[in-house]
Design a protein around this ligand. Structure first.
Ligand SMILES: [Zn+2]
Length: 310
């Protein structure tokens, strides 16, 4: 018996080529436009692309989707999605579901994205050193303790794992302290954070143009925190901010993507209470049993593995 949740969901972040207007010399890598288009070709041979509205209707009516459905999703509401992805999807008559952060003109960059810029600019070792220099002795102790904990989770045998370990310490254990500190490093090494943020995230006009072109938006919180690291009150405020943002864009019920894929037991209830009907994780899975825990495959990882989509 087919289920409304028998579907393949692909997750994307940056889609850009080095030096293009989305990458803009930042050095932050992403999935190349060629790989992205080749993957769409691959996927189209095996699947029927569906839109968020198709999935939403299937969930509301408890009806299975026909064929071998595939939904394309894009996280973080970065300008790549307007400059590159939107044009490619529109040419192919496809619809994407874009999980944008709730950002306003005066907000700077979310911590996760400050880290992307600074890692690209300074490299892992120098960024770690520059942060370390600015911490006081109590913070250094917490930093070291946190690193020890993550060493078990991410044995630092590869550069990628060492980067993930530093990210975990900064995004979780020391997030409050390093957020302003990274803001200062950003101004020193990259430039104006506010100005960068204004160009980095989709603006309301771009989002409007995208919805008019058949795209859909979902929530991804305001500040992109790990949901298991904050308390219920903050989780509620983060989800509420997304609902308020989406109200201005399109009618609900909406979809949500958990920042970093971080889960909290009460999150589905809070999401339901704020007008959401589905939520997406970063768990690699093709069969889903709960509409608030829909797994996704990472498109960039599939492309990098060199096997194409299978
Ligand atoms: Zn994200």
């Amino acid at each position: 018996m087919k289920h409304p949740l028998d579907l393949t969901v692909i997750m994307y972040h940056y889609v850009r080529d080095r030096g293009d207007s989305a990458e803009a010399g930042s050095g932050i890598p992403g999935m190349s436009i060629r790989d992205f288009e080749a993957q769409l070709d691959d996927l189209s041979r095996q699947h029927t692309f569906i839109s968020w509205l198709d999935l939403r209707a299937a969930l509301q009516e408890q009806k299975p989707l026909s064929g071998s459905p595939c939904l394309l999703t894009f996280d973080d509401g970065v300008r790549d999605h307007y400059m590159t992805v939107f044009k490619i999807l529109r040419e192919r008559n496809l619809s994407g579901l874009f999980f944008a952060l709730d950002r306003s003109e005066t907000d700077g960059l979310a911590l996760a994205h400050k880290i992307h810029f600074l890692l690209a600019k300074l490299g892992l070792n120098r960024l770690r050193e520059e942060i370390w220099e600015k911490l006081n002795s109590v913070q250094r102790e917490r930093f070291t303790e946190a690193e020890k904990g993550y060493q078990l989770k991410y044995p630092p045998i590869s550069l990628e794992r060492r980067i993930n370990m530093l990210k975990a310490v900064l995004q979780r254990d020391l997030s409050n302290e390093v957020d302003p500190l990274l803001g200062n490093l950003f101004e020193t090494h990259v430039g104006s954070e506010k100005e960068t943020a204004r160009n980095y995230y989709l603006n309301p006009e771009q989002m409007l143009e995208m919805t008019e072109g058949g795209m859909h938006f979902g929530g991804h919180s305001h500040s992109h925190p790990w949901f298991d690291w904050i308390d219920a009150e903050v989780r509620t405020a983060e989800i509420k901010a997304s609902a308020e943002m989406l109200q201005k864009i399109e009618s609900g019920p909406w979809a949500f993507a958990y920042p970093y894929g971080g889960l909290a037991e009460d999150a589905p209830q809070i999401l339901k209470a704020h007008g959401f009907i589905a939520a997406f994780t970063t768990q690699t899975q093709l069969r889903h049993t709960d509409p608030f825990l829909i797994g996704r495959l990472d498109g960039e990882e599939i492309a990098q593995s060199g096997h194409g989509y299978a």
